[in-house]
Design a binder for this molecule. Structure first.
Ligand code: 13P
Length: 336
């Protein structure tokens, strides 16, 4: 088990965090189309290997979450993608859920699928070099949601997935994401996120998952994107820490937040504030998709051959997240 704890610490220790580059082909197509780039496997690979070849990989990115298509690809230099990532001393990871589908008997909510055949798929991913995995449960916040059914069934799936991932020698990332969509306030987000996370750990413990060999990937505590509430970064940090202190068992080595639709700057600023206020023993870092890639993608879309320029944009964002994970970020250093 200490082996799994070592992997977890290699991914999120020393101010490092995770690059979530595991967008499914459908999501990646939306991202590429939004900047007028054609979505084909060549372009998806080119953008991603540009990031994986960046200088910031060594010091700032402890792990990269890949999608099935990418983990099976080779870079233009002929190197397998997981090898390219390991060569920068970063850990290759893999998204293993097969997406969120309509939850039977609660059709406005979702349940994440992908448990059938998972043990066999994990063996293949391990052989390809993956040492951690990701599964995302997704929940909506409103007066009646998330329902008990959604909270229970997603926690159960996350626990079954985590047990299988550890059995295969990898670290599970446990991701219960309460979406920012809606007009709920931050207090609602706090209450509901706590309830969801507590249920996840109840199930993880029932399934005998060794918590030292896991990483939690939660949302920060924020008002809904259509709420009128005004909240500053200091309050966001306090509420986020309160929620995690109350609901995460102390054996969990660390927490790597998702960005969930926050801008790059907001996600960095909030993480920085969390680390300035963090008195817990949990490592608090990032596992960002959009908040690490947005500017780089926009820059790259203007000239797909400008690899160096794209890497500079990505290096800056990765460095800012690295500083934020140590509470050393400021508006000043983020000026470009
Ligand atoms: P965002 O940071 O863009 O929310 O993506 C993180 C992620 O992996 C969601 O599952």
């Amino acid at each position: 088990m200490s082996e799994l704890n070592n992997i977890a610490l290699k991914i999120i220790g020393a101010g490092k965090g995770i690059l979530a580059a595991d967008e499914s082909n459908g999501t990646m197509t939306k991202r590429l189309n939004s900047v007028n780039v054609e979505s084909n496997s060549q372009n998806r690979l080119l953008f991603r290997e540009t990031l994986f070849n960046s200088d910031s990989m060594k010091d700032c990115i402890g792990g990269v979450i890949l999608y099935d298509e990418t983990i099976n690809q080779s870079s233009s230099s002929g190197k397998k993608i997981p090898e390219l990532i390991s060569d920068s001393n970063s850990v290759p990871g893999i998204k293993v859920d097969t997406g969120a589908k309509t939850l039977a008997n609660s059709p406005e909510e979702k349940i994440t699928e992908g448990l059938d055949g998972l043990r066999e798929r994990l063996k293949d991913y391990y052989k390809l070099g993956a040492r951690f995995a990701k599964w995302r449960g997704v929940y909506t916040i409103s007066e009646k949601y998330p329902s008990k059914l959604s909270i229970y069934s997603n926690a159960h799936a996350l626990a079954r997935y985590s047990a299988l991932v550890q059995e295969s020698g990898m670290v599970p990332i446990v991701e219960p994401e309460l979406l920012m969509d809606g007009n709920h306030n931050s207090e609602d987000c706090l209450q509901k996120t706590s309830e969801v996370i507590k249920k996840c750990y109840e199930q993880l413990e029932l399934h005998k998952v060794e918590l030292k060999g896991t990483i939690l990937k939660p949302n920060m505590i924020l008002p809904g994107s259509h709420s009128d509430e005004k909240i500053d970064t200091s309050k966001i940090a306090e509420m986020t820490i309160k929620c995690l202190e109350e609901s995460v068992p102390s054996e969990v080595p660390g927490i790597a937040f998702l960005s969930g639709g926050q801008s790059e700057r907001e996600a960095t600023k909030n993480l920085n504030q969390i680390n300035l206020k963090n008195k817990t023993n949990f490592i608090m870092t990032f596992s960002y998709g959009r908040a690490l890639q947005q500017s780089a993608l926009k820059f790259w879309s203007k000239d797909l051959k400008n690899i160096k320029g794209t890497q500079e944009v990505f290096n800056h964002r990765a460095k800012m997240c690295n500083l934020a994970s140590k509470g050393k970020w400021s508006e000043e250093v983020d000026k470009i």
